[in-house]
Ligand binder design. Structure first.
Ligand code: COA
Ligand code: ZN
Length: 364
């Protein structure tokens, strides 16, 4: 299948606490994402500040294969801002749940539909391609959400995006909802999943499998609160399990992730799936013995696909095969008896931390 990913590191990602990118960093991120082969890049919301507006003006001029999308409230002034730049796509959002209507806007359903219609009409009249997002869609009554989606399509939206703004979906609910919406409209459906329950990646994948055409992601899953679906996770799952034809450069994922961790100040967990330092680190003797013979024994996919390192640790959990493997690499000769003795000494020696080569040589 062919799907699209929309990276929102510059928009949603910059909404992470304590995260703010310089213009140079933003340019680097956009170029790296473009090289990776991402289909869409959300480049920011001009109304936020003069600084953000300036960065959008610079980034909108970068030549990329990816489509750039400008974020906008359903407001004439925000759409006018987007028109200042040479970008084709605008992402207009409006909260559609009862809680949004009551507390964000203080309006009733009919008035909300009118505001949505007006904003989409206005953007359409100004020749923009429009992705309309129903913010908090997943807490919106289904019948009203369908009405919103149909009004958005009639008004000229090119895409309809379902935002799980507070991350309440589960995969089964996501699948049912995406099917309802794709049956109700003919424009392609997008999905934006927050990770408040750790479900963002799973929900994004099942949404694509259930008929959505584009999923929002960010590098390292950065975003408001617990963030959104992670680019590396979504891209890898799609490549490994769903036979997507997209030509993404998966070997770029680790670098993208490491660089973003550095400039955002939000490090990855060591055991983070795919991009974490320990993603291919093997420790227990029974595992390492098998991995040395065939890495596939304890790896679901090859680290080479993403430029990850495989590591075999030696500590008190080790077995003699791991030690033999390390000694062979260090070109140290040993007899069978010596190998057994070194292994036993390491186990007796209170070695709860991984041994360096030098520490291992001390045992030898
Ligand atoms: N469509 C239309 N209007 C919207 C809206 C939407 N999706 N979401 C909020 N609004 C309106 C509210 O109705 C309110 O309008 P009012 O001032 O006429 O009552 C106003 O936006 C509320 O914004 P608030 O933040 O209180 O006002 P502000 O004018 O000081 O700041 C921003 C507005 C957008 C500049 C500021 O909130 C900001 O910088 N936000 C960061 C971006 C952001 O919030 N993104 C969320 C993305 S999901
Ligand atoms: Zn979001």
């Amino acid at each position: 299948m062919k799907v699209g990913l929309l990276d929102s590191t510059l928009r949603e990602g910059e909404q992470s606490p304590n995260v703010s990118f310089t213009i140079d960093q933003k340019i680097k991120i956009v170029n790296a994402l473009d090289k990776f082969g991402i289909e869409y890049i959300e480049i920011g919301h001009p109304a936020v500040s003069p600084n953000i507006k300036k960065s959008i003006s610079i980034i909108s001029k970068l030549e990329t294969k990816a489509e750039k999308v400008i974020h906008s409230r359903a407001l004439k002034s925000d759409i006018d801002d987007a028109l200042l730049f040479d970008t084709k796509w605008i992402g207009i959002f409006f909260g559609t749940s009862d809680i949004s209507l009551k507390y964000k806007f203080g309006i009733k359903h009919k008035a909300a539909l009118n505001r949505i219609k007006y904003a989409i009409n206005y953007a359409k009249d100004n020749n923009l391609k429009i992705r309309f997002t129903a913010e908090d869609a997943t807490r919106t009554k289904l019948s009203f959400l369908i009405e919103v989606a149909q009004i958005a399509e009639q008004a000229g939206a090119d895409r309809f995006s379902i935002a799980d703004t507070v991350g309440v979906l589960t995969p089964d609910k996501t699948s049912a909802l995406v099917k309802e919406i794709t049956n109700a409209i003919s424009i392609p459906v997008h999905i934006h999943c927050h990770n408040d329950l750790g479900m963002a990646t799973a929900n994004s994948i099942i949404a694509l499998k259930s008929g959505a055409k584009v999923a929002d992601v960010s590098i390292n899953g950065l975003g408001e609160r617990s963030g959104i679906a992670s680019l590396a996770e979504v891209a890898m799952i799609l490549k490994l399990h769903f036979n997507v034809v997209n030509t993404w450069d998966l070997s770029a994922l680790i670098r993208l992730s490491d660089e973003l961790a550095l400039i955002s100040g939000i490090p990855n967990r060591l055991n983070q799936p795919i991009v974490g330092k320990y993603a291919f680190t093997h420790k227990a003797g029974l595992h390492t013995r098998a991995v040395i013979k065939n890495p596939n024994s304890y790896e679901g996919y090859e680290p080479e696909i993403i430029n990850q390192n495989r590591e075999i640790l030696i500590d008190e959990f080790t077995g003699k095969e791991a030690i033999a493997d390390r000694l062979n690499k260090l070109k140290i000769d040993y007899s069978h008896l010596e190998l057994n003795k070194i292994t036993n000494d390491i186990k007796k020696g209170n070695n709860s931390k991984p041994l360096t080569d030098i520490e291992l040589l001390n045992f030898v």
